[in-house]
Design a protein around this ligand. Structure first.
Ligand code: ATP
Ligand code: MG
Length: 568
């Protein structure tokens, strides 16, 4: 066994991209280890779609013993910002990935310019004096060829002179552009003499300042940046399929030996949200959310603040896999991954979101007992206990009491018994209401023989509910997040409206005064819990402060009662 070389198929080829990469390794196609990159434009925060791409690119590098770079495709001086670079780095690291190289397309401007001069010299590019508008109109249509520019046949010498003067800042923005000289009748519109460089004289680039005047277009910068870095497979989303031809043309014309090739995969589209920086930016700028890290946002920063763990995002990416065809993914699949992850990890606590007072009329006034409570259920491989105070006055959730219950309502109702989690069996004797008919207090009796763990503790009642001791409970603010949009596809709105029309007005419900057991006071901000029978929560890291507890709901539990109601 000792002489065995590592089998190239060691990583399981679980999708078509990994199959191709495994094949690269087996055939030695690139003559180097698999090299990928994650190439965000620093013009916004990363979202779940990016997470899919990150898991794919970094995952492949990790599995195949290759490398993955973080490269900022920062070629647009008008939209990019250093604050986005910082946010992107924080988010990639938080997701659990370490990049091999950190690169910036804006560092390649000189190199790209040299390549441009090379193309001009060989008659493969020309300076066009048409406006971008004219160029667009003259590009023709899928069914008709384009009209060649009157400047298409300039000599290389003339083109070189003009290009140098473009770079030197002699011409106004839009006066001239550099175009590849390919084929104005090409069946692929992208190949009809695409733009390579445009003048942006006054622009301030967040890294280059005003020192640079001729900015590469996406197609010109992207593939060549990959080639400069020695990338082997350039993974991108399906909308770039038509751009593959210009990608190949450019890396070939620039003379790269064994250049990278592009593979397209389906973009992630998630139900009930939007995965587009442009749209997310509108939500932020127009104040529909509190910021990029609003816990309702599908951004990495939003999910982190909400309390989702990176493990859940990675598992989700794994679950959905990569495909060649676009398809929307149900949000339930993501929520399932989040719930599954938290279930195994986080301690249970008791909290009452919608409190109503319970008074145990036969419990001695002033008495306080310390009850032992388990932090985890039996089917979770973690253990821990704590003690929680029990007294004569408690809070339970309003939803756990019904004056006139339907069949199969196994919670509290007049004359009926219920068990208090970790505590006693109680019976409701009297309902106290205010003048408006609202229930203000439930007067109950408790059975002292039924304390959990005690001799009579196995007396059976059908239901167990959660509670907190009223004088000991901590007041807290609870933020219940729901889907940001009312419908699976937010873009599916009547003509004349846009995705904002589909916003869910109830995506955030704030409970100003919920009650939580006092043990949480000792935990650091950012601790996650399952509030039993209620959902998963984390203290909000921004708004919590000493003496101010704020909880974000990460995700709810499945509510079997809601299902029952529907069935009935
Ligand atoms: P957006 O439309 O949100 O601005 P983008 O593709 O313009 O997205 P980039 O910063 O250019 O954003 O993307 C960086 C990388 O992330 C690209 O390789 C891109 O293909 C990938 N990516 C972006 N959105 C998704 C998505 N929804 N699903 C999968 N990959 C994505
Ligand atoms: Mg983009």
């Amino acid at each position: 066994m000792a002489d065995q070389t590592p089998a190239p198929e060691t990583p399981r080829a679980r999708d078509f991209i990994r199959e191709l990469v495994a094949d690269d390794v087996a055939t030695g196609r690139f003559g180097r280890a698999p090299a990928t990159r994650f190439p965000p434009e620093p013009n916004g925060f990363l979202h779940m779609g990016h997470a899919k791409s990150i898991c794919l690119n970094f995952g492949i590098a990790r599995e195949f013993g290759g490398t993955c770079n973080l490269r900022f495709d920062d070629t647009n001086p008008f939209t990019e910002d250093a604050k986005y670079v910082e946010a992107i780095k924080r988010d990639v690291a938080w997701l659990g990935f370490t990049w091999d190289g950190e690169f910036y397309a804006s560092d390649y401007f000189e190199r790209l310019y040299e390549i441009a001069e090379g193309l001009v010299t060989r008659g493969k590019a020309y300076v066009d004096d048409q406006t971008e508008e004219q160029i667009r109109t003259n590009r023709g249509t899928v069914t008709s060829p384009g009209t060649p520019s009157p400047w298409r046949d300039r000599t290389p010498a003339e083109n070189l002179d003009l290009l140098r003067r473009m770079k030197a800042g002699e011409f106004e923005d839009g006066a001239r552009v550099l175009r590849a000289r390919i084929d104005m009748a090409h069946p692929n519109m992208v190949m009809r003499d695409p733009l390579l460089l445009r003048i942006r004289r006054g622009a301030h680039h967040y890294r280059r300042g005003t020192s640079w005047q001729v900015f590469p277009l996406y197609d010109f910068a992207h593939g060549l940046s990959d080639a400069i870095e020695g990338i082997t497979r350039s993974l991108c989303t399906l909308e770039f399929k038509d751009n593959r031809e210009i990608y190949d043309w450019l890396v070939r014309e620039a003379g790269f030996a064994s250049p990278p090739t592009q593979i397209e995969f389906a973009r992630l589209e998630l139900d009930y949200t939007v995965l587009s920086k442009r749209k997310l930016l509108r939500l932020v700028n127009e104040g529909h959310v509190a910021g990029w890290d609003d816990p309702r946002m599908p951004t990495i920063a939003g999910l982190r603040r909400r309390g989702v763990r990176p493990e859940a995002i990675r598992t989700f990416a794994e679950t959905i896999g990569v495909a060649r065809k676009d398809a929307r993914v149900e949000i339930a699949i993501f929520e399932h991954a989040v719930r599954d992850d938290l279930n195994m990890e986080v301690p249970r606590r008791l909290a009452v979101l919608n409190p109503v007072k319970v008074v145990l009329t036969n419990y001695p006034e002033g008495q306080v007992e310390q009850l032992e409570a388990q932090d985890y259920p039996h089917d979770v491989p973690r253990t821990g206990t704590r003690t929680i105070p029990f007294s004569r006055e408690l809070y339970i959730d309003r939803d756990d009491f019904l004056e006139d219950p339907p069949k199969k309502f196994f919670r509290l109702s007049p004359g009926n018994e219920v068990r208090l989690r970790f505590g006693y069996i109680i019976r409701c004797e009297e309902v106290v209401k205010d003048a408006a008919g609202r229930i203000v207090e439930l007067r109950c009796t408790y059975d002292p023989e039924t304390r959990s763990g005690g001799a009579n503790s196995d007396r059976k009642v059908k239901g167990t509910i959660h509670w907190v001791s009223a004088p000991h409970a901590l007041s807290c603010e609870v933020r219940l997040y729901d889907r940001l949009f009312r419908q699976p596809d937010p873009d599916d709105v009547p003509e004349g409206q846009d995705f904002l029309a589909a916003l869910n007005p109830e995506s955030l419900v704030v409970i100003a005064d919920a009650k939580v057991e006092p043990t949480v006071a000792a935990d650091p901000v950012g601790t996650r819990y399952q509030f039993e029978r209620t959902g998963y929560f984390m203290t909000d890291v921004v708004d919590s402060a000493p003496g101010r507890l704020v909880f974000n709901r990460i995700v709810g539990l499945r509510d079997s009662w809601a299902k029952e109601l529907k069935k009935g």
